[in-house]
Ligand binder design. Structure first.
Ligand SMILES: [Zn+2]
Length: 259
């Protein structure tokens, strides 16, 4: 077996044994790869920085039966801010957990790889919530799960601006006539759908120009997160983390106002 190269983002990592770390990379060349990095928790290890969560590095790997072994790694982009700022850390954790839970092993997808990289960059400088919505809708499209947002997912008819419902189970909007098809479908505004459509087309460098109201953010979050959870068929720890963090921040602010 031969050494191979991979450029990838560390999307999961846990300490193992005395000084090792087991990581999952999402790499440009090979998709998701599990590997062990030996001795990297020793203070003098040269690979220490390159195997940290969210870091984009160039790896040299040796294939193994269950786990490959990292023999060399060099940092390309450390994404330090994503580990230092708690809010950004929470959102970045969600991004990588989505890749972990929705993307199959060893399935290279260059578009998805560049989407992940672009979104991590966005998270370092743009509104984290908007950056994550951008990632979600594009990830869904790349995986073939893009929700049907223009015409009714049931009958195919054009859905007028009012009384639009979104069905998580059917994966799209429902017109008034078809809304009884899914009792759990919830209302969604035309405005929110327009923003979502913009997110699928926008150049990520222009994302800061999108102005999204608070109610619309809530609509988009509910719609995308519920749909993703349905697709993932499991709970996402990082999503609970985001919600708990938000609750803490709100409580703190309320407390400040009272005192
Ligand atoms: Zn319909």
């Amino acid at each position: 077996m031969r050494l191979y190269k991979a450029e990838g983002v560390v999307i999961r990592g846990r300490d193992y044994g005395e000084a090792d770390r087991i990581i999952t990379l999402y790499s440009r060349q090979h998709g998701k790869v599990d590997a062990i990095a030996k001795g990297v928790r020793k203070p003098k290890s040269r690979m220490r920085g390159g195997v940290q969560l969210f870091t984009f590095s160039s790896f040299l790997l040796y294939p193994g039966r269950t786990l490959d072994t990292v023999t060399q790694c060099e940092i390309i982009e450390p994404f330090t801010l994503l580990r230092e700022d708690l809010t950004r850390f929470a959102y970045a954790s969600y991004l990588v957990e989505l890749v972990n839970s929705l993307v199959p092993e060893r399935d290279a997808n260059e578009k998805l790889f560049f989407l992940l990289l672009a979104s991590l960059h966005l998270l370092t400088r743009e509104d984290p919530e908007v950056s994550v919505r951008f990632f979600e809708i594009r990830l869904l499209s790349l995986l073939g799960y893009r929700p049907q947002l223009q015409n009714c997912v049931q009958c195919g008819k054009f859905v007028p601006d009012k009384s639009i419902k979104f069905s998580v189970r059917l994966g799209g909007v429902l017109c008034r006539d078809c809304s009884p098809e899914d009792k759990s479908a919830f209302s969604i505004s035309k405005g929110a759908l327009t923003v979502l459509d913009q997110l699928t087309k926008i150049d990520p460098r222009r994302i800061g120009r999108l102005k999204i109201s608070v109610p619309m953010r809530q609509e988009l979050e509910r719609m995308l997160c519920e749909y993703i959870l349905y697709r993932a068929e499991r709970q996402l720890k990082s999503l609970d983390f985001i919600f708990n963090l938000r609750r803490l921040v709100t409580e703190k602010e309320t407390h400040k106002e009272i005192n």
